[in-house]
Design a protein around this ligand. Structure first.
Ligand SMILES: *Cc1c(COP(=O)(O)O)cnc(C)c1O
Ligand SMILES: [Zn+2]
Length: 417
């Protein structure tokens, strides 16, 4: 039982009856990404402050009555969600804001926010009796799907671009997925996955195409609101590839707002790398999105043709937020800064949002008195090569105390300069 009212196309705005096998608009096809609408009056009767006070389930499933999943009894899933929201005063001091928080999504079971979507995807596949689930991914959606499918006893078939970092590939292999490393970029991996899914009729976890995944991702916003005792921040910063994550962030706050649980929707800051910034460029030039090259070290947001453009654009415009692009150098610098000031290790696509907040403060978009939440979307261990690029390698020396003392004296001098 859930409170889904209907599905609505984000392109033609037509409304359709909710059906588990309907993933995109029957009239617009693949580009007609569906929005899931709820009956908030009915939802309100269950979802209230007392509902949360009495709920001891500290996983994403504590928000089940706000989601589009049917059966609550088939949930022996991995422990997804309720990741920490850290107050980060050291980082805040350096960036020049008092109230800064980081939501560490790298602590999900497969170490990224994608678990929130994959947790829903495996259950939706099981609802309609599918045994094989497939996706194309820059890396995290893939490793997350593979882990969550393994947990539920499903098979997964994964298409990744050749450049996917080692940590993510290792996860895929360990989780027993059928992995195809496509000799091409993400766009090529996506197209092959689509053709294969059409051919074999597997369940489609491609995030833009499957509207239930945004309903999983929105739980990150629901948690932020609840962890802040329903006093939501002024800004939430999140990096953007296909646009599903930012859409989920908006949807979560939108839902709580509709239920009267929060009194405003935070402004959403969408962040991309200058090496691949189709949303930022379209926003600045006030035009539609155009395909761009995929040229950034932040592999998770290296998406030349975003598959969920309308929902992402709505998230920023309806929340009165904005878009910002940061360089790969700034992303790596932010990785090191976050790590050494707060002990949080993010992958490049995650630390892009730290760099984005820094830039937004410098540009006067974010004020020093604003409360800001940065979503750290993925764990740094997934991409050790870039981490070493950001932070360097250790000194190598003989096991000799004199040599060590000399090194320490030299190092102390360097620090005091
Ligand atoms: C997928 C991902 C994103 C971006 O999400 P989209 O839905 O593609 O916009 C950002 N960071 C990380 C770590 C991701 O895995
Ligand atoms: Zn349509």
């Amino acid at each position: 039982m859930n409170f889904v009212k209907n599905y609505q196309c984000t392109l033609c705005h037509k409304v359709f009856e909710a059906r588990a096998d309907l993933l995109t608009c029957p009239l617009c096809g693949e580009k007609g990404v569906l929005e899931i609408n709820y009956d908030y009056d009915k939802m309100k009767k269950i979802v209230s402050p007392t509902y949360f006070q009495n709920n001891s389930d500290y996983t994403m499933w504590r928000y089940l009555p706000m989601m589009s999943v049917e059966d609550t009894k088939l949930l022996p899933t991995l422990k997804i969600g309720w990741t920490p929201l850290y107050n980060t005063p050291h980082l805040g001091d350096i960036l020049g804001i008092k109230n800064l928080y980081v939501k560490d999504e790298g602590l999900n079971p497969t170490a990224s926010l994608k678990d929130r979507a994959s947790g829903v995807a495996v259950i939706k596949a099981m609802e309609i009796g599918q045994k094989v689930i497939a996706c194309a991914s820059t890396g995290n959606a893939a490793s997350s799907l593979a882990g969550n499918a393994a947990r539920m006893g499903l098979k997964s078939v994964i298409f990744v671009p050749k450049r996917a970092p080692l940590g993510k590939l290792a996860q895929l292999m360990v989780f027993g997925a059928t992995v195809i490393s496509v000799d091409g970029d993400y766009k090529d991996a996506f197209n092959l996955s689509k053709a294969a899914i059409d051919h074999y009729h597997w369940y489609n976890r491609n995030a833009a195409i499957n509207p239930h995944l945004v309903e999983g991702k929105k739980t990150v916003a629901l948690e932020i609101a609840e962890q802040m005792h329903f006093q939501v921040p002024d800004w939430v910063a999140v990096s953007v590839g296909d646009g599903c994550t930012i859409a989920g962030v908006y949807k979560g706050f939108f839902d709580f707002y509709q239920l009267g649980m929060i009194d405003k929707i935070p402004k959403i800051l969408g962040i991309q790398s200058t090496g691949c910034a189709p949303f930022v460029e379209a926003f600045k030039q006030k035009r539609y999105l155009q395909e761009v090259a995929e040229n950034t070290i932040a592999d998770s947001i290296s998406v030349g043709i975003p598959r969920n453009p309308q929902k992402a654009i709505n998230a920023v415009s309806k929340s009165q937020g904005t878009w910002i692009a940061v360089s790969d150098e700034a992303i790596l610098a932010a990785m090191k800064l976050l790590g050494k000031t707060e002990g949080i290790f993010g992958e490049p696509a995650g630390t892009a949002s730290v760099a984005g907040v820094k830039q937004a403060i410098q540009d006067g978009i974010i004020k020093s008195t604003d409360t800001v939440v940065i979503i750290m979307t993925g764990n740094g261990l997934k991409d050790p090569a870039n981490a070493v690029k950001a932070a360097g390698s250790p000194i190598i020396m003989k096991p000799n105390l004199q040599e060590f003392i000399q090194y320490m004296e030299k190092k102390d001098k360097e620090v005091s300069i």
